[in-house]
Design a protein. Structure first.
Length: 621
């Protein structure tokens, strides 16, 4: 009987153990601990798919775990690319889905395609490949799942993915967790509703334990939203101990030595390799620890385990070469933003009207020595075409060749035919050798768009090298000069969409170069060339200004009063034309020196080959 009672007692004990385990709270986990236990990296988005390991990039631990600090309400990450900032966001989302259910809002710069792409390419694979999440979030294809691409429900909460450009997606239900991704790419206003960051933050006011996480690569100094957020927080840098003296310090680009690929210790002066620096146990050091409710972190790519310093040095050298030799700051701007995780600051003053006027020189021939390829640009006005022909040499040194105004009735086809004939003219060197225009860009965005498309269609059938272009500007967000090629028009003609703000920066940067050589701009004083005072001033007709819009600083190009800006536009279009061509100056120089007009059609060559508007390795004709 006693043995039987012991057996009953044993079974009762086991039952109570099971009940206690079922009703007991889960173990206390931080975000990084949850990720190390449960997160699986997907093959679509990870170079190293499989189990997440925070030790792979230890600087991520403190950032993730700051979410669990009840005293911290805001977390800001200003960083370069390639440091895993998107994975940090995904880990936070996964933690709240599985471990601490809450309503979550994720804001991307645009609803389409960025919010949808984030959901399909990053969030959905994480849910699919992480069993703890797959059990709680039903597939969007499942019947009665209640889930869509932009809204995913789970027990105790939901994830909504919104676009900063869509006021309706920002103004629905209250949320406890807001994750704002790439904030520097947000528009100043979500429609007419105001600042999208403020709109998203308002959604959290009902929750005492709310969290606001803001992440971005910075853009331009003075307008970068993430830089302002970072500077108003704790301003923490990831610091590592010197293997020689043991003193902690951040990774800083100005201490990297290119010759031996080392970083100098700021205290003892020793040159130490990347491997030795990264073996140290790092920690974040705050400039303002008293601002503990808003923790802000800065990371650059020197920290990353996925990018190595020789690659970074090589990227900087390419950007520096482009800036020095071609006067193009865009690669350097991208390097500063996406590799160093810092804002781009404009340096130097733009050329003034007087310096440009005094720069004009007398040409002895239509084409000065040094010109290797010709481009043209056309601005379409109601009663005229404004045309500029530019000669380009090594390092994109340029010569203004001709500035022309061609008047006529632009509703008549014959006026456009006159333009076509004008663009076929030949220009001569003092030696008697000549060049034809290699490529022309014509603006399709004016009042004569349909007539322009018809003209381009006729030129296309004749095999002429004339491209339509259309300017595209976006306040505060730079896009490359050659943005994309589109044929989305009624005549199916190809039109290059240009990032005109980037083009203006290139032109203004080159105008400020004062020594002849790469990037320098020559202008003729010869009266018949058309470069009078109005044209020269027109090149300086716009300036970059910072304005406050919807409570946020935005940079834009603003036209100066009383000055026409067609000359600046035309020079931007010419810059696009030569970038489309990508000329091989070595080959062209040999042909020009041999007196070959390489654009003239040679009898007997296949017409099919002659129609190629751009050559993949640069113009070699």
């Amino acid at each position: 009987m006693k043995a039987n009672m012991n057996g009953i007692e044993f079974k009762t004990l086991k039952l109570f153990q099971k009940l206690a385990k079922a009703v007991s709270p889960p173990p206390v986990l931080t975000v990084s601990q949850w990720a190390d236990c449960y997160r699986r990296l997907s093959a679509e988005s990870a170079a190293e798919p499989g189990q997440w390991n925070t030790d792979r990039a230890p600087y991520q631990r403190e950032i993730m775990d700051s979410v669990n600090d009840p005293l911290v309400e805001e977390i800001v990450i200003m960083s370069s690319a390639q440091v895993g900032k998107t994975e940090l966001l995904l880990n936070i989302i996964g933690y709240y889905i599985d471990y601490d259910p809450a309503p979550i809002l994720v804001v991307q710069p645009t609803l389409k395609p960025m919010a949808e792409d984030f959901s399909k390419d990053r969030l959905a694979p994480m849910i699919r490949d992480t069993p703890a999440l797959a059990r709680k979030v039903r597939d969007v294809k499942a019947k009665s799942s209640g889930n869509t691409i932009l809204h995913k429900a789970f027990p105790g909460g939901h994830v909504t993915i919104a676009g900063a450009n869509s006021p309706s997606s920002l103004a629905s239900r209250p949320v406890r967790i807001v994750l704002l991704d790439e904030t520097d790419r947000y528009p100043p206003s979500a429609g007419t509703e105001g600042n999208p960051i403020k709109l998203a933050e308002k959604r959290t006011t009902a929750f005492w334990n709310r969290k606001k996480i803001k992440v971005s690569t910075p853009t331009i100094k003075g307008i970068s939203q993430i830089e302002k957020e970072y500077q108003s927080g704790t301003m923490e840098e990831w610091c590592v101990p010197c293997p020689c003296c043991g003193k902690y310090q951040p990774y800083e680009w100005n201490r990297v030595n290119f010759a031996d690929v080392t970083m100098e210790c700021k205290y003892c002066g020793e040159h130490i390799s990347e491997t030795d620096w990264k073996q140290g146990q790092g920690k974040f050091i705050a400039a303002h620890p008293e601002r503990h409710r808003k923790r802000s972190f800065h990371l650059n790519e020197l920290t990353s385990p996925w990018t190595h310093w020789p690659e970074i040095i090589r990227e900087w050298k390419e950007a520096h070469k482009e800036l020095k030799e071609n006067g193009d700051p865009n690669k350097m701007k991208i390097f500063i933003n996406t590799v160093l995780g810092e804002t781009w600051e404009e340096r130097g003053k733009s050329a003034d009207d007087d310096s440009l006027l005094s720069r004009r020189e007398c040409y002895r021939a239509e084409l000065p020595e040094g010109v290797l390829v010709l481009t043209a640009s056309v601005d379409v006005q109601d009663d005229r075409f404004e045309i500029e022909v530019v000669g380009w040499g090594r390092g994109y040194e340029s010569w203004g060749i001709q500035y022309e105004k061609l008047y006529g009735d632009l509703d008549k086809e014959e006026t456009w035919d006159r333009l076509g004939i004008w663009l076929e003219r030949e220009f001569y060197f003092a030696t008697g050798a000549s060049l034809l225009i290699a490529h022309t860009c014509i603006d399709t965005g004016g009042h004569k768009t349909t007539e322009c498309y018809k003209f381009l269609k006729r030129m296309e059938k004749k095999g002429k090298r004339i491209s339509g272009i259309k300017g595209f500007g976006r306040e505060g967000i730079g896009i490359p000069l050659i943005h994309k090629l589109s044929a989305n028009n009624e005549y199916k003609v190809k039109v290059f969409i240009l990032g005109v703000d980037s083009g203006k920066e290139i032109v203004v940067s080159r105008l400020s170069i004062t020594e002849e050589g790469p990037g320098y701009c020559h202008f003729p004083i010869n009266e018949d060339r058309g470069y009078d005072e109005l044209v020269i001033k027109g090149l300086n007709s716009e300036q970059r200004v910072t304005e406050i819009k919807n409570g946020r600083a935005v940079v834009k190009w603003k036209k100066k009063s009383g000055i026409r800006n067609e000359p600046l536009d035309l020079r931007v279009y010419n810059t696009a034309a030569v970038e489309i061509l990508r000329p091989n100056f070595d080959i062209l120089e040999k042909k020009v020196k041999a007196g070959i007009n390489y654009m003239r059609k040679t009898p007997g060559k296949a017409e099919k080959k002659r129609r190629t508007g751009t050559v993949s390795r640069g113009v070699e004709l």
